[in-house]
Design a protein around this ligand. Structure first.
Ligand SMILES: [Zn+2]
Length: 240
């Protein structure tokens, strides 16, 4: 019983230890390193000082959305939806976090030490996302509850590249002339309907409006994943 408790306690402490280790190691990063990086926690720590809370929460939302097979309770689904609908001013009602806490499976013991996905641990990280001031840290920490965390970590790296693009490294000037009514309407629909498969169409609209910025056009053509917070859609809509 004592060993189970110690193991469980170490797992609960791990995100904090991991965050500190990563923060110390990744205080700077070049754009090439960002593009090649396979460590989502490192990318998150690098970008955190430059990021709005909204962008960080949207990364957390997209990360937990990918793990919904381990978060089946309606209260957990509601919590993810709340993260997806954030603005920078959003203050979550305490009931959201409490609901995620109440939705945890009754015991983690049956998963401890086994090479299996751990719904308790992933659910706990979702709950802590609402309780902690370290926004988005628990989305990367949730990887510790996965049997195959490496593949998921690669996906998180792609999400971070979608949300932040090249902006942590160089400014992109978005000409107002490119914000045609058609482009704005398309971008708004893509955001509201989460219809990111339409990004290539938006790219064509932007090019027809005179945009020749290869970073913008290439990102629209990339197959993704693209999610709410995608830097091109956000920039067009004036969101940060
Ligand atoms: Zn994107």
């Amino acid at each position: 019983m004592a060993s189970i408790f110690i193991l469980h306690r170490e797992r609960l402490l791990l995100p904090i230890q991991r965050e500190q280790m990563v923060r110390n190691r990744w205080k700077s990063m070049t754009e090439d390193e960002w593009l090649e990086c396979h460590n989502s926690a490192a990318m998150l720590e690098f970008v955190r000082p430059k990021a709005t809370k909204r962008k960080l929460r949207l990364f957390a939302a997209a990360s937990f959305r990918r793990l919904t097979h381990l978060l089946p309770d309606s209260r957990q689904q509601h919590a993810i939806e709340m993260l997806e609908n954030v603005t920078d001013e959003t203050e979550f009602p305490r009931g959201i976090g409490q609901g995620a806490r109440m939705a945890l499976p009754p015991s983690a013991d049956s998963y401890a030490g086994k090479c299996a996905d751990d719904p308790y641990y992933v659910g706990l990280m979702l709950y802590r996302e609402f309780m902690s001031s370290s926004t988005a840290c628990h989305a990367t920490a949730a990887l510790n509850g996965l049997a195959d965390h490496i593949a998921e970590q690669m996906e998180q790296c792609r999400l971070l590249r979608c949300i932040f693009g090249p902006l942590p490294f160089r400014p992109i000037v978005f000409d107002d002339a490119w914000r045609t009514p058609a482009a704005v309407a398309q971008a708004r629909a893509i955001y509201e309907e989460k219809a990111f498969d339409r990004l290539p169409i938006l790219g064509t609209t932007l090019r027809e409006a005179g945009c020749h910025d290869t970073s913008i056009l290439d990102h629209c053509r990339q197959p993704g994943p693209h999610v709410r917070g995608c830097w091109v859609v956000d920039m067009l809509l004036g969101r940060s």
